[in-house]
Design a binder for this molecule. Structure first.
Ligand SMILES: NC(=O)c1ccc[n+]([C@@H]2O[C@H](COP(=O)([O-])OP(=O)(O)OC[C@H]3O[C@@H](n4cnc5c(N)ncnc54)[C@H](O)[C@@H]3O)[C@@H](O)[C@H]2O)c1
Length: 249
């Protein structure tokens, strides 16, 4: 069997969250072994239980994506269990605080950048060399429509998602020709915990103001699965917006 025919092995950071869970379920349905990395082990285990209940397989591991050492240990565990990682989905993220720029707390800004930006950087840095060594791999970074537009009160989040798109483009250029691809998905608001948190903090629903309908996590997971699949073999460095057209206005 050639390396490119080996079964797919995925890591989903933030695998205990709403989108991570839907992505894991979708990849598992496509026959992929899915490991959930989350700093909430309970969340990751909950997703794994759903994956296994539907006939899939995987691991649930406690990992803080801001720490390179825990990421490296997780990669070793996945390789021992299933073989080399072929898909990395960087889904871990936090929304931070909703507050105008003049009062936005510095410590929250630092934490949002650490998780949303450095976490993506470290996960790619840990995984991509192993993918390149095998000549095969695909990374999907979960950015947001906040990567291509401003949103009042979300300094940390919006800055971080612009940065994720920049990181994606740099990595895509760096891996070109190696058999590895790096793309970003840019969802609009998704039904679930994060948007509820933003809306409850903002009071007047600043997020919803320009949006016709919330996406289901499954809608975004389908776009992630496409970018991770061989159907997207010629797609590298792309920013796939999944927002029902709401950023066009
Ligand atoms: N929900 C939305 O409306 C929306 C829209 C666009 C993009 N996104 C992005 O999608 C991704 C997933 O969001 P979600 O809606 O599933 O949110 P969520 O809060 O349900 O899930 C996020 C997950 O990340 C985990 N996490 C947080 N910090 C971590 C860390 N340091 N290390 C490891 N795991 C950590 C959390 O425990 C949680 O399980 C995020 O990057 C988010 O910015 C969400």
């Amino acid at each position: 069997m050639r390396a490119s025919d080996d079964p797919a092995v995925a890591i989903v950071t933030g695998g205990g969250g709403d989108l991570g869970r839907a992505t894991a379920m979708r990849l598992a349905r496509d026959g992929v072994a899915v490991t959930l990395l989350d700093n909430s082990l309970i969340g990751a285990q909950r997703t794994l239980a759903e994956v296994e209940a539907n006939g899939g397989r995987g691991l649930a591991l406690a990992v803080d994506v801001t720490r390179a050492d825990t990421l490296a240990g997780a990669l070793d565990a996945v390789e021992n269990a299933f073989g080399g990682v072929t898909i990395l989905v960087n889904c871990a993220g936090i929304e931070g605080t909703v507050s105008p720029i003049d009062t936005y707390p510095e410590d929250v800004f630092d934490r949002v950048m650490a998780v949303n930006v450095k976490g993506v950087f470290l996960a790619m840095q840990a995984t991509i060399p192993r993918m390149i060594a095998r000549g095969r791999g695909t990374v999907v970074n979960v950015a947001s429509t906040s990567a291509i537009r401003g949103r009042g009160g979300l300094a940390g989040y919006v800055a971080s998602k612009h940065a994720v798109l920049g990181l994606t483009r740099v990595a895509a250029i760096d891996v070109a020709g190696s058999g590895v691809r790096v793309n970003a998905v840019l969802p609009g608001p998704i039904a679930g915990r994060m948007i509820e948190s933003m809306e409850s903090q903002s009071g007047d629903g600043i997020q919803r103001a320009t949006v016709a309908a919330l996406a289901r996590p499954e809608d975004v997971a389908a776009a992630i699965a496409f970018l991770a699949s061989k159907d997207a073999c010629h797609v590298n460095g792309a920013a796939l917006v999944v927002d029902d057209g709401s950023t066009l206005i």
